[in-house]
Write a protein that binds this ligand. Structure first.
Ligand SMILES: Cc1ncc(COP(=O)(O)O)c(C=O)c1O
Length: 367
């Protein structure tokens, strides 16, 4: 069997190759590359998909986050509560604005532990950022309740969770703004960088549209100091092709996860869990080992058997060099640090064949 990569983007491309190529050529031949009809169509389509009033295309998932915090008025002196075990971009979205991240440990579903939030609320707390990590929804009922009670803004980082639901509701629609990334590996991935926000607020919609275009609504009239953060026409057209197939793309990932759930019997590993009321979309399928040493052995063993894996993520933000200034040390967030030492993402991508899946399951069970 060919070496099995942890992700293989070509496989999904090949499934819809003709449609992608047609779309790209049409855009190239259209003569319109920024803020055109393809972006509008995609924004309308993705807003509808999420049962949200508005979608605003931006240049990346990080832009979606920092611009959301900025537009919601969060800055210097403000605190934002976020889970400690997220990808560092979630935290950068907060700190780019000068606000301070207040970390909370995750629960066993890899989302923020809602029961630990209230202890961290101070008179500086302005918002909570929920990250649906790996495509597994956070405990949204509790988060919505806490935010309402304490008058906090709720933002969702849906970079890994396009299409996931909690209690029948799309992630990204529980709070004020849902932030998405279209980085190529995402479940709805572009062929370059891209991102968006969704919101039900007409006022925020206008503010995002103006901000992403140098703070300008009308040519050469700039009402605020904005950014250049526009999802381009080529990406928007390609994303519309994928959006048409997103249901199938997600179903395929859920089938792979189901096979892993049923097939991996090796008691050495902890498999991902999803709340009964949630539907996960498996951006990653993350297993856990007993300790770091076992993970090292597993990585080498799998590589030796022709299987690649990846760690999401080995260094939690509070221990990264970029956040040294926050003054955290090893041991400050034991659950997060344990996860960083023991999580391992096994192959998960569209076009990953059943034979390959069976082989990976067999090899994992033999470890
Ligand atoms: C949880 C999370 N938040 C934010 C981002 C940032 O998205 P982007 O890479 O599009 O800037 C990512 C993606 O890498 C992510 O996984």
């Amino acid at each position: 069997m060919e070496f099995i990569m942890s992700n293989n983007l070509l496989r999904e491309f090949e499934q819809y190759q003709e449609e992608f190529e047609t779309s790209a050529i049409e855009t190239l031949r259209s003569g319109r590359y920024i803020l055109g009809s393809r972006l509008r169509d995609f924004e309308n389509g993705f807003a509808k998909y999420n049962c949200s009033s508005h979608c605003i295309g931006l240049a990346s998932g990080l832009d979606a986050l920092w611009i959301a915090f900025k537009i919601l008025g969060i800055g210097i002196g403000d605190e934002v509560i976020v889970q400690a075990n997220t990808y560092i971009a979630s935290v950068m979205g907060i700190t780019i604005n000068g606000a301070t991240p207040i970390f909370v440990e995750p629960d066993e579903y890899y989302g923020i532990d809602a029961d630990k939030i209230e202890d961290k609320i101070t008179n500086r707390t302005k918002a909570v950022l929920a990250v649906h990590l790996y495509g597994i929804p956070c405990e949204m009922d509790k988060l919505v309740h806490i935010c309402k009670q304490h008058h906090l803004i709720l933002i969702e980082d849906c970079a890994q969770s396009h299409g996931a639901t909690h209690d029948g509701k799309m992630v990204g629609t529980f709070g004020d703004v849902g932030c998405f990334s279209f980085y190529p590996t995402k479940n709805l991935g572009a062929f370059g960088d891209g991102g968006c926000v969704i919101t039900n607020s007409d006022e925020l919609d206008q503010k995002f549209r103006i901000f992403r275009n140098y703070g300008s609504q009308e040519h050469y009239k700039n009402s605020v100091i904005g950014a250049n953060s526009r999802l381009d026409e080529i990406q928007a057209g390609l994303l519309s092709v994928k959006l048409k197939h997103l249901h199938d793309i997600i179903s395929e990932r859920q089938s792979i996860a189901h096979r892993y759930n049923e097939g991996i019997k090796n008691q050495k590993f902890i498999l991902p869990k999803v709340r009964p009321k949630s539907i996960a979309v498996y951006h990653q399928y993350v297993i856990r080992t007993k300790d770091k040493e076992m993970r090292e052995h597993l990585i080498y063993y799998l590589k030796d058997q022709g299987i690649d894996t990846i760690i999401h993520y080995p260094i939690p933000p509070h221990l990264s060099e970029a956040y040294e200034y926050l003054g955290y040390h090893s041991g400050d967030f034991p659950i997060t640090e344990h996860y960083a030492d023991t999580v391992l993402s096994i192959p998960m991508y569209n076009g990953y064949s059943e034979d390959e899946q069976k082989y990976v399951i067999k090899v994992i069970n033999k470890f």
